[in-house]
Design a protein around this ligand. Structure first.
Ligand code: BGC
Length: 430
């Protein structure tokens, strides 16, 4: 028998990031990356879904679909176009956007940093230098003072491990560096800044008279498994990859314990630095060398990433064992350009979560509208809603209708399963 009920009180929504949807900003590191010809299909992040101008239309569609909460980002380079110079028009814009969201009964979860830096910050070495901490902290303080009366829940930084890996290890992302030393530094600074921001955000909102502040960081967690569990080299590489990518950073940012590859830092001090566990989950890595691969024959999405639904519960258990806090799945989704299997993907991941026995309070599907998928540009579609980039027309996909029905019914019935989920996944032939 197929189907499940949502856990009591669990809220469902969608997640996004400013650069991926807004358009119009040319003062950031990803626009620069585009100008340097690095986006595979040539998509321009200064266009993408034009959400900055169309936020009401998008929020109205979210409301129509019944979304209860929305994780979104603010663009630092818009709010602070030059060091110390904050922009009133951009601030007013975001206040309007948040007020609109609230008026529709959609609860906001605000991300302060999601991969993109203002060019002035990028050019001074971004998160690789301790002396730059002050700039990020000043921005955080400004943002919380500006939006703190409207927003009680914050994500300090999104996926520090993915940011540091892409920018400083593989060099595929801005600033295009390949250095394990700088990877360590970037990860260390992000951890140190999360902890400092945690205290700062609580302090600022307390001084505004609020006691309902919640702060976390969005942690990209993968399942790691050795290709051959009996092979000691595969086991060693699995252990090393897990620790370097997520294990050490998770301990540092949840509990303030800095271990290799993070560097010791006075700001990384023992404590409990998350009010909820914000987990971004996409896939499982199968390891036989010091890099990440996918096992042969497993179900995969259009980017070749393994679809491993049980993993969402496994990583949630992993985080919860370290720090028992309410769980927010702050991202989960898949690249399915034809929207052929997204509904099944949603069904299986949500079911695994609801049967995990863990206190899962939120699920944010990545993402609402198809958008600028970093290196892949517009060619990789993750949305519940189709974006026609030529006309900017939004069309709710079949998976979007399914998601809306899940919220309305507070679960999936057998009939819904039959109508939406009986599809096959593609398999990894590589
Ligand atoms: C990121 C998103 C991205 C998604 C899909 C996550 O790692 O936070 O910005 O679009 O994965 O690749």
């Amino acid at each position: 028998m197929q189907g499940f009920r949502l856990q009591n009180g669990m809220l469902l929504g969608a997640a996004s990031a400013a650069t991926q949807i807004e358009g119009g900003d040319r003062n950031n590191s990803w626009y620069d990356w585009y100008k340097r010809g690095k986006i595979k299909d040539g998509s321009d992040p200064a266009v993408t879904t034009e959400h900055y101008a169309r936020f009401r239309e998008d929020a109205q569609l979210m409301q129509e679909l019944g979304l209860q909460t929305y994780r979104f980002g603010i663009e630092w380079s818009r709010l602070e176009p030059a060091p110390g110079r904050f922009d009133e028009a951009a601030t007013a814009h975001y206040r309007e956007e948040i007020q609109d969201m609230l008026s529709r009964g959609i609860k906001p979860l605000l991300t302060l940093h999601h991969f993109t830096n203002p060019m002035w910050f990028e050019n001074m070495g971004a998160f690789t230098k301790r002396e730059n901490d002050q700039y990020f902290l000043a921005f955080v303080e400004y943002a919380v003072k500006s939006f703190g009366d409207l927003v009680s829940e914050y994500i300090t930084v999104n996926e520090p491990n993915v940011y540091a890996l892409g920018g400083y290890m593989t060099g595929e992302w801005p600033p295009g560096v390949r250095s394990f030393g700088l990877y360590r530094k970037a990860l260390t600074r992000m951890a140190a800044l999360h902890i400092q921001s945690y205290a700062l955000i609580h302090g600022v909102r307390a001084s505004m008279g609020y006691d309902d502040t919640k702060v976390s960081f969005a942690n990209h967690l993968r399942v790691f498994q050795p290709k051959n569990p009996r092979n000691p080299w595969h086991r060693f590489c699995t252990w090393f990859s897990e620790k370097s990518f997520q294990g050490a950073a998770t301990r540092a940012m949840c509990k303030g314990e800095a271990t290799f590859p993070l560097c010791k830092d006075p700001a990384i001090r023992p404590g409990e630095w998350c009010d909820f566990l914000a987990v971004n989950y996409y896939s499982r890595s199968t390891i036989h060398r010091l890099s990440s691969d996918f096992a042969k024959g497993v179900p995969v999405n259009d980017l070749g990433w393994e679809i491993y639904p049980q993993g969402i519960a496994e990583v949630a258990h992993y985080a919860y064992a370290l720090l028992p806090r309410p769980i927010y799945i702050t991202e989960n989704g898949t690249c399915d350009n034809a929207d052929a299997f997204r509904a099944r993907y949603i069904y299986e991941h949500l079911k695994a979560l609801c049967e995990s026995g863990l206190p899962v309070e939120r699920y944010y599907h990545w993402c609402f509208c198809d958008n600028f998928e970093w290196l892949e540009g517009g060619s990789a579609r993750f949305g519940l809603v189709h974006t026609d980039y030529a006309t900017q027309k939004r069309t709710v996909k079949k998976s979007g209708r399914f998601y809306s029905e899940i919220i309305r019914n507070q679960g999936v019935t057998e009939d819904m399963y039959a109508a939406y989920c009986q599809v096959e996944y593609n398999r990894n032939e590589a």
